[in-house]
Every structure is written in structure tokens, then in C-alpha cells.
Ligand binder design. Sequence first.
Ligand code: GLN
Ligand code: ZN
Length: 764
Amino acid sequence: MVASSVLGFPRIGANREVKKAVEAYWAGKISADDLTKAAADVKKASWTSLKERGVDLIPSGDFSLYDHILDHSAAFNVIPKRYLGHNLSPLDVYFAMGRGRQADGVDVPASEMKKWFDSNYHFVVPEFSEETDFKLNFNKAVEEFNEAKALGVATRPVVVGPISFLALGKASKDAKPGFQPISLLPKLLPVYKQLLSDLKNAGAEWVQVDEPVLVLDSASLYEKEFAEAYATLAPVSPKILLATYYGRLDSNLSFVAKLPISGLHIDLDRAPGQLDEVIAAVKSSNVVLSLGLVSGRNIWKSDFQAALKLGQKAVDALGGDRVIVATSSSLLHTPVTLAAEKKLTAEQKDWFSFALEKASEVAILAAALSGSQDSKVAEALEVNKASIAKRRAFETNSDDTVRKRVAAITPDMLERKSPFAVRKEIQKKTLDLPKFPTTTIGSFPQTKEIRNARAKFNKGEITETQYEDFIKKEIESVVRFQEKIGLDLLVHGEPERNDMVQYFGEQFNGFVFTQNAWVQSYGSRYVRPPILVSDVSRPNPVTVKWSSYAQSVTKKPMKGMLTGPVTILNWSFPRADISRELQCKQLALALRDEVVDLEKAGIKAVQVDEPALREGLPLRKADWDAYLGWALPSFKLATAGVTDALQTHSHFCYSDFDDIFPSIQALDADVISIEASKSDMKLLNTFKQYGYSNQIGPGVYDIHSPRVPGEQEIKDRVKSMLDILPDSLLFINPDCGLKTRGWKETEASLINLVNAARWARQAY
Ligand code: GLN
Ligand code: ZN
């Protein structure tokens, strides 16, 4: 019998219950017990619905109130000293690590957060040093295994693997130079032994140990450590299913195949081509092969015929008992259920499959591969065949004008008219900014009032004119605020935007929207990605009205604000029928028209955000050129249609530039702003080393936490930046948009920022 499995389930709740409960707890509105209860209800709903859908191997231990890597760090006592000694409960220490804490005399910033592989999920980076004192503070795997068992659901617990845990972490500030987290493995393994043997004693037959680093080039460095770890753990553990996902094993397969594991999971959504090699590598063993046939990353209905072909190959080679049909990765990246969507047309609904529907898919595929005679299975296969055929028919409706325009893109369309040095002088005159210009990344707090007004407008409770008047008032008050505190290059604050990607998607042709398809981005922040379903075009200008209104109420220059083509693509669910390259270029052309229209309307600076450029980078270096070969030209296509006088900005929410520096330089934006506050000045050294010559605003404080940076703190930051960067290149700004922040901390922080800039103008 072929079994079915799901590697992990969204942990936000069908109606975002976890966000609501966590935020209520932070606000002091509910107790820790209330929070635990809310979490228990969500877990229960997931477990019971997976069981009802017929999934054989149901995950437990994958739930999280904030981030699963943070859970793991807390459980293993990997808690930086700065969070201890404040008389906080373990739960509050946990949240302090995730989001910082500034209350009752405690003032600690959040830990560093990083993008999770090539997704838009962020994890809290564990910090290790020689002093790290691993011990098991709690055993989440056992607790949740028992919790599910008490509800009558047998589960396969999920545990972050030891090598991935160390490899995804970083050396803490107090570690000795050259310290490598992986060197802690001998100290870490005894704690894993305890965790896994407790799990075995609790009655778990299998455990899913996640080692996603195995799809990275760098995993080959850890061959010895993998061998040591699994040889140590296998004897005391439940049967280990080693899970790899988001890519192919490649040459790592040679050592993975030798590990003493009982099962291996591979991603056949991202890397179907690896199946033959993997079958060959495990054939002569008893290893069970878990086939990631149902995508954990997209929202498209699986093509059963294609999946069955791959599945049958494995069954023929290994026998049904050694094959599992699974989701390609955790379903963390997919919304909970299609059933909540009331506004999609029947035709659209038929194209998609969200987490719960995917659970049914693995169950049906497993039944079909087991040779089930159940008429329901046969029927499901027929229904799927018809759905896939209908979608394929829809895909033939391409937009000729758009396709022809993409085909006619010429190299000169990608370049600005003059080099940066020339543009800079022209822009100096048009913008008239002071030395060390201050600016923000675009959004200002999205207050309850703004969200209420939007909700009322969407429900038809207020008219379009009423809504627009409200937005104009918001814009004006944000402009007045910026003038009052003395910022130099202003923004309109983005009050009209529900989300930086969704907003554009809604105004472009080619997208479909959901009502409730939320996915976790980090902590309690969820996003609702639009779905690309057909060719993209821009029927009307999108932002021109708001930016020109904002410019009309101030004499200071106003920065237009757009989301870049690569980011719109990466933060949407892309089409599966045409290449990402083609989708990106279509988006770029739509945005190019918008940038040109902004300039025509009198806007002198336009920011095109590309925070997702880096996360779209393929996990394997061998694949990078192919991606950058269309991603970079797409950005340039979007921004190069203007005169030299227009100052282009771009923003990136990360600071790992070492390996993609030439690409950032190639974008040729006049100004870039980057995340810099949470990591060291290392990246500025990278910029210096490569001789970056355009302007740059490294974030002077971290907006992801409500903590207010002191004036001195910002001055110190600016000082250390000026140790590295030439004066003439520096902009002073926060490290990201302010939409998730409250007004109180925003005001206090920005006043400190402006004061620090004033000080710098005197001091340098
Ligand atoms: N302009 C956007 C904002 O300020 C940028 C957000 C982002 O980079 N994630 O919200
Ligand atoms: Zn950002």
C-alpha cells in the first residue's frame, strides 16, 4: 500500500486565529492560557481535518506561535544572553527573541530574521557560540504528538534536523573569530538523542527530520557531520524519514543514500528530474521513498496524470510499501482552504488547490497508486482530468498585444540615457536635497482607521468619493508630519494600498484575488498573494493620481512608489503554464508605463521596490545566471524609460549582498536603500570593496520591532557608515516601510533619525 503524507500544515488557522490570539496576547488583552487554548484549537482543527481527508501520515510538532526555527532554538536553550535576566516568562522570552521587547525597563532588539530558502517566509536566525549550552527546555515534538494522540489522531512528528539547525544559524557576537556553528554538533547530538528517544518512548513510530539544507550546494561541506549525526541518532530514534525540499539533492545524494535512515523525502515538484537517480540510489536498501508530488509552494491543482506517472515509476521499482505520496514541502506556503473563497468564479475555483485540497490530493494519488478499486478514486481522477483540460484550454487565450510588446523589447530600452555621474548632477538641481538626505521607504502606519475605511469601501458602505477623500486626508496629514519633523524626500505613505503586491495586481489585468488566502510571512504578519492566471497589462495608471495629489500639497519633492516586477512576480503565485521570465517581462512593461507617467505628472523621484529580488535567486548557484538573466533586465526595463532628471530609487529588505553584489550594481538605480540595522556593517564593506558608486541608504534602524532607536544610537550608526562610505553617497532612512508600526514609535524614531542627520551635516 502506498501511504499518503503531508509534511507540514499552515499554522495560522483557517480564519487567522493565531494572529489574532498572538497579537491580543502582546497587547495584554488575553492571558498565556488563552493563547495556549487558541493554539490548541487551531492544531486540533488541522489534525482532524487532515485525518478526515484521508491522509495517513499527519504532521505534529510543526505548529508555531511565531516561527518554527525560533521554537527549536527556545527548546534547545539557544537563547542569547540579552533576553535573559529580565524576569520574563519563557513565553515572553520567546516573543522577545522574535520581535524585541521594549517595556517595563526592558529594552532588547529582535533577533535577526532571514528569508527561509527561496520563499517569502522568514525565520529567526539562531545564534551560537562556544558558550552555547544546549539542553532540552521542552520537547515540543512529544507534547504535540501526545496532544494529537489525545484527540485520537496518530501523527508523525516533525523535528528540525541537527545539521540544518546549525547551518542556518550564525555565530553570535560573543563567539570567537572564526567560530563555526557546525563545530557544536558533538555538543548538540546528546540533546537530540534525548528528544528522539523521548519521542520513541511516547510511541511515535516515525519521525520526520527536516534537513532542507540538503538541497543547497553548501550541504556538501557537511558530509561528515551528516554521517556522524544520523549514525548517532538512528539507534535511539523512531524510524527517521529524512525530509529534503525546495530543490534537488544533486551530488549530495551520494552521501545521503548512505545514511542509516528509514525513509527519504524528495521534492518532485521543484525537481522531478531527480527521481530516477534517487530510485537507483535507494533501490537496494529498505529505505521508504516519500515522493513530493503535490506542490507545497503553489496553489494550482495537481495534474494527477503527470503525478501518477512519476509515482508509478517509484512503485514499479520499489514496491508500493516503500512509496509514500506527499506534499513537496510543508504546506506552510499555501493558504488553508479554497472552501473559504466565495468570490472566485466556478471556473477559477476549479483551477486551484489550497492546503486542505492538497491533502485530499495526496490521499487520492496514494489510493490510485495502491490500485484502489474505490469508485470515488476513479471518479476523482476523471474530475481532475477534466479540470486540468479546462485550465489548459483557458491558457490558450493569450493577449497578442502584450506578447508582441515583449517580443519587441530591445537592449536600448534597458539603459538610462546617461551614466549615473551625469544623472547625479542633473538630479541635484531638480531635487535640491541637502547633504545626507533623509527619506523613508514608503509606507506610514496602516492604522485601524485606514483599514476600516477600506473595509467599508469594499463593502459598499461608503462611496468611492468618500473613500478617496479619506485617503487624500491621510496623505495630506502624512505629508504635513514629514514636513513638520523635517524629512527631505517625502513619500505619500501608501494609505491606499492593502499590500504592496496585491494593490498592483488588483489594478493590472492578469491576476485573480482571494478573500481569505493568507500565508505567513513572519511572526504574526501574513500576506495574501495574488494569483497570476493570464497575460499582464496595465489598463490605466495606478499610482499617478495619489503621487501627484501628494506632490500638490507640498513644495518638498515627493517620491513616487512602485513595487518592482520581480517582487510582484515572486510574491504572487505565478502561472505554471508559461515561464517566470515571460511573466516578469509583462509586469515590467506595465510598470515602465507607470514610471513614465509619474515623470510626466511632475514627480521627480520614483522608488521601485525589489525586496524579493534576492529570495527569488535559485538555491543552487548553477541556476543563478538563468534567473538573473531575466530578473535584472526586467527591473531595468521598468525603470529606464525616463529622462536623466528622474531619480530612481530601489529598496531591498535584506543585507546579504556578498554574492549578488554585481547584480545590484547592474540595476543602476540612482539610490538604493537596504536593510542594514540588524546585521553588521559587513555589507557596507562589500559595497566599498566593489567600488559601488551610486547613492545608498543603509537602514539606520530596524522597523520590524516596535522599539524606538535612540538618537545617539542612530548617530553611532551613521558614524560607522561614514567610516566606510563617501559622504556624497549616503542617504539616511529606516530599513523598511513603516506600515506595520504604530504612530507613536514611528514619530519618536523618525525625529531621532532627522536629528541624527542634522548632527551629521554639522559633523562631516
Ligand atoms: N514601499 C514599501 C513600504 O514602505 C516597501 C516595503 C518592503 O520593502 N517590504 O511598505
Ligand atoms: Zn523593506
